[in-house]
Write a protein that binds this ligand. Structure first.
Ligand SMILES: NC(=O)c1ccc[n+]([C@@H]2O[C@H](COP(=O)([O-])OP(=O)(O)OC[C@H]3O[C@@H](n4cnc5c(N)ncnc54)[C@H](OP(=O)(O)O)[C@@H]3O)[C@@H](O)[C@H]2O)c1
Length: 249
């Protein structure tokens, strides 16, 4: 029997990278997953790749009306939520000198505001005993030059995990943050202008990681599954790093 047999999970940003790998793992463990993303073609491709027990709902997490549509679809299918993985996010490089208001608003709009309302609007549908997993980043506690707004947006997410764990404990809802280090995804490739630049970036990042390599999306999915499942029933409010030792050693 799978670790999420009969459970309902919502994964924002579930169409590529870490979110898609987690959706596939959750379905393999017996869950029905709702996955979201802004691009319809990527969403349709992800639902087809997952193959079964998946519903795609197009939407932008920084748009509150889109979040309402997401949860309306969950309710329309007469489901309640056992696992919420608020994963959608991303960033771009900009030094303090280069940061614009648009860069700030976009980054915080998706990673921080989008995170808050993804969880707030799920509250009426969350089952007692549900697990909420917030996608932070190891960048939230590093001083990476040119990644300050992204890092700050993810540090805020880590803080949310503490507060919401306190606020939701009386409903037996656990809230934890997960902080990947560099993981080989389209999101990382998108930080560079082309594939050669992406390969150079990942090679440089690997040299900063004690384990000597970047991570795979499936390795994050395994850690998310741990936090989602009954293997972690006494764990709330933590930040779980999946970073090859980058922030630990
Ligand atoms: N890869 C890493 O090294 C790493 C490390 C630490 C943390 N993270 C975090 O992990 C999460 C996933 O990253 P990833 O590397 O897997 O990136 P990815 O491959 O680019 O996947 C991002 C997913 O989120 C969706 N998305 C992006 N913005 C969205 C929005 N506003 N509303 C709804 N969906 C949105 C994307 O689809 P659309 O573009 O179609 O919307 C896609 O499904 C992000 O929060 C990222 O910050 C990644």
């Amino acid at each position: 029997m799978g670790q999420l047999e009969g459970k309902t999970a919502v994964i924002t940003g579930g169409t590529t990278g870490i979110g898609l790998a987690t959706a596939e793992r959750f379905v393999a463990e017996g869950a029905h997953v709702f996955v979201t993303g802004r691009r319809k073609d990527a969403l349709d491709a992800a639902v087809a790749k997952i193959g079964r027990n998946a519903t795609g709902v197009q939407g932008d997490v920084s748009d509150l009306a889109d979040l309402d549509r997401l949860y309306a679809e969950v309710a329309r299918q007469n489901r309640r939520i056992d696992v919420l993985y608020a994963n959608a996010g991303g960033g771009e490089f900009a030094t303090l000198e280069q940061v614009t208001e648009k860069h700030f608003d976009q980054t915080f709009g998706i990673n921080t505001k989008g995170m808050l309302f993804t969880v707030q609007k799920a509250l009426p549908l969350l089952n007692e005993g549900a697990s909420v997993i917030l996608q932070s980043s190891n960048a939230g506690s590093l001083g990476n030059a040119s990644f300050g707004v992204y890092g700050a947006s993810k540090a805020a997410v880590r803080s949310f995990a503490r507060t919401w764990a306190a606020e939701l404990k009386d409903r037996s809802i656990r809230v934890n943050a997960i902080s990947p280090g560099t993981i080989d995804t389209p999101g990382i490739d998108g930080l560079a202008p082309d594939q050669e630049g992406a390969d150079q970036l990942k090679s440089y990042m690997a040299s900063t990681i004690p384990m000597g390599r970047v991570g795979r999306p499936e390795e994050v999915a395994s850690a998310v599954l741990f936090l989602a499942s009954d293997q972690s029933t006494f764990i709330t409010g933590i930040e779980l790093f999946v970073d090859g030792g980058r922030n630990q050693i």
